[in-house]
Design a protein around this ligand. Structure first.
Ligand SMILES: [Zn+2]
Length: 358
């Protein structure tokens, strides 16, 4: 039998204002905090952050540019000078990834405090490293999951609603990807296989988004938290992250490799691409039209794309669709996503989605 593995953050804390408890929640794991914060987030939250760690020493560094190897080396150097014993990332994807890089270089624990809920990365170990021209050069991985994920929903509700919507797109795929990866015998991101626990979380993630997604988006537009908003933040960050790391990914995230280089679509954020790619996965799995149309109805409700034109690719040509199919199969070396379909089959699935959406 395949060996199952399950992992995740040591603790997850979510609610309005919880960033104010950063000190109290980390006092047992760090006394000297290296805090890496997105520069624009720091401009708003700076004073609140300093007040949140009264009993610890903290060095707060803004991250303004790309997450490059050089930027991470500089942060690690500052952390060494400061004798930091814990690294905290605060912000969107970049500050969290840069802080993960510094934590890995310093062999210290990592705490994530996301300011948006646009994807699952706060709970996960992986980080994307770019060069100065924003070309992805590597995916690196922390040896340990975050010690703490602190999701302050007051902060997250203040962000533009498009981030929560993108997070729904990234999360809606997870049930289908988890089940596909398990059925295909693909590994998960802990070098094992999906547990029943992981699959149950992936299913709960999907059901939560379907039940609360539309109401949560309405809350996000009003910049207010609500029961639905809280539920969707938990699905976007915690359930989505646990599902992906402990069950694995599949076609939806593979198709994103093509979409992220496609005309128009390249300018949209990750979760928006994943939403459309989820439909392509269902077509690749030969699911019934009814199921695909049902998911399209939900995606339209929350303003996520159901055809390439919604991603900015008007009138896609055959060649453009074929290229998405080709890039879908090209994973990085050692990549964990199995692609058992040909480029032609993927292109065929895209054409089926385009026809159903029309
Ligand atoms: Zn994703």
């Amino acid at each position: 039998m395949a060996v199952i593995t399950f992992g995740g953050p040591a603790r997850y804390v979510q609610g309005p204002g919880v960033l104010g408890r950063l000190g109290e929640l980390t006092i047992d794991i760090g006394r000297r905090l290296l805090i890496v914060a997105d520069a624009d987030v720091l401009a708003i939250l700076g004073p609140r952050l300093e007040a949140a760690v009264p009993d610890q020493a903290a060095r707060i560094l803004p991250l303004a540019g790309e997450v490059t190897a050089a930027a991470i080396a500089d942060l690690a150097e500052a952390g060494r000078d400061f004798a930091a014993d814990l690294v905290v990332g605060i912000g969107g994807g970049k500050a969290l990834d840069a802080a993960k890089g510094a934590a890995k270089a310093l062999k210290l624990g990592f705490v994530a405090a996301p300011s948006i809920a646009s994807n699952d990365s706060p709970t996960a170990r992986s980080m994307a490293i770019y060069d100065e021209s924003h070309t992805l050069v590597a995916i690196d991985t922390l040896s340990e999951s975050p010690r703490l994920v602190l999701a302050d929903t007051e902060v997250i509700a203040a962000a533009p609603p498009r981030f929560l919507i993108a997070g729904i797109g990234d999360a809606i795929a997870k049930k289908f990807e988890a089940e596909r990866a398990a059925a295909d015998g693909s590994g998960n991101f802990f070098d094992g296989h999906a547990s029943l626990t992981g699959l149950a979380i992936a299913d709960a993630c999907y059901r939560t988004l379907r039940a609360y997604g539309a109401a949560a988006v309405a809350s996000a537009r009003a910049h207010r938290t609500s029961t639905a908003f809280e539920a969707v933040v938990e699905a976007n960050i915690l359930m989505s992250g646990l599902a992906y790391e402990t069950c694995g990914l599949s076609y939806a995230h593979a198709v994103v490799r093509g979409l992220s280089k496609a005309r128009g679509a390249a300018d949209t954020i990750h979760g928006v691409q994943v939403a459309y790619a989820t439909l392509v996965q269902l077509a690749l799995e030969d699911r019934d039209d009814d199921l695909i149309i049902d998911l399209m109805t939900f995606l339209r409700q929350v303003q996520l794309p159901v055809r390439l034109a919604d991603l900015g690719m008007n009138d896609p040509s055959e060649a453009e669709i074929a290229e998405i199919g080709r890039l879908t199969g090209l994973g990085p070396a050692g990549g964990k996503i199995q692609v058992l379909k040909s480029a032609a089959e993927i292109a065929h699935a895209i054409r089926r989605i385009e026809a159903l959406a029309g």
